[in-house]
Design a protein around this ligand. Structure first.
Ligand SMILES: [Zn+2]
Length: 313
């Protein structure tokens, strides 16, 4: 079980590593074949505006950093293993400095690895209340046995909300109640820079993880894509946790695609089919050439329906 999980994680890391290099044009070729425990290095930063950056570390989720006179605001903080490298990169940004605030777009360790360090330093850790709750309990993914330990109190979000909020700087944030990825997803909106950070509620690279253990589901992916379109215009840069920066047209295209897949999966469910049969029915076939092998995604997406629309529920 563990062995399998490990292998998948390494595959995922390799995939993300390659993707980040292409997106940001950074030279990550040298990292191929590097040992799994190699010290993470910053591959590059993408400047979105004078004060807003995407920091990319191979194998890590995207981190957004906003610099300012009072220090740096982060949207997500990478994994714990990458924390030191990230903090160094952030303080080295033009106008950079120590972090004063971090948003957790959801509870996954790829987003919350810097929490302990920042919590110990007395910084604000902002998250949806559901994200805080998941971080106070141990979680195990039934599909691969991967276990997540609760975070120490000091590392848990210390400023939570339910619907929306606004910082003095004008940055706005809000809950994505559709539960696209987990039931604690949030967005962060930088209106002045016209940038929208969406975490894993939208994937910028390949099929998404549907974490139904903590509330995510395929219907939520569709709902989230619809909701987030209302916060964007044709010029908005939309930054997901994984992959490249997206635009409104990408959200529209993804909304169509996941809507189609959702319809097909619910039809299969209503016919009494199971996850294996859903995979065999190839409900994503016209998208696979572009998106990659869908089996894991289809299985999780189908299972996620049990919690929300099971005819037996
Ligand atoms: Zn995630």
């Amino acid at each position: 079980m563990n062995q399998g999980g490990q292998t998948r994680r390494q595959i995922l890391k390799a995939a993300v590593c390659g993707g980040a290099g292409i997106v940001l044009g950074a030279p990550v070729g040298r990292l191929f074949g590097a040992p799994a425990q190699a010290v993470p290095q910053v591959a590059g930063t993408l400047r979105l505006s004078d004060d807003l950056f995407v920091v990319s570390i191979p194998g890590e989720a995207n981190v957004i950093a906003q610099t300012g006179a009072g220090g740096v605001l982060l949207v997500d903080g990478g994994s714990a293993a990458a924390s030191e490298v990230l903090m160094k990169a952030v303080s080295g940004l033009p106008g950079g400095g120590p972090v004063h605030t971090i948003f957790n777009t959801h509870w996954h360790p790829e987003q919350t690895g810097a929490n302990e360090q920042l919590g110990n330093a007395g910084r604000a850790i902002i998250a949806h209340e559901n994200t805080r709750l998941w971080l106070t309990t141990d979680v195990t993914w039934p599909w691969d046995g991967r276990r997540f330990k609760r975070l120490p109190k000091i590392a848990q979000p210390n400023r939570t909300f339910y619907e929306t909020g606004k910082l003095d700087s004008g940055v706005r944030y809000g809950y994505i109640p559709d539960a696209a990825h987990t039931d604690g997803d949030l967005y962060v909106h930088f209106p002045e820079q016209n940038v929208l950070a969406v975490g894993d509620a939208v994937s910028g690279q390949g099929w998404p993880v549907v974490d139904w253990t903590t509330g995510g589901w395929i219907g939520g992916i569709v709902g989230g894509l619809q909701r987030l379109q209302t916060l964007a215009d044709a010029e908005t840069r939309i930054v997901p946790a994984r992959g490249r920066v997206l635009g409104l047209s990408d959200l529209k295209a993804q909304y169509e695609m996941y809507g189609t897949i959702y319809d097909r999966l619910t039809q299969l469910l209503n016919k009494g089919r199971g996850p294996g049969e859903a995979v065999a029915a190839r409900p994503t076939q016209e998208f696979d050439a572009q998106m990659g092998n869908p089996d894991e995604f289809v299985r999780r997406a189908f299972e996620s329906l049990w919690a929300y629309v099971s005819p037996d529920a």
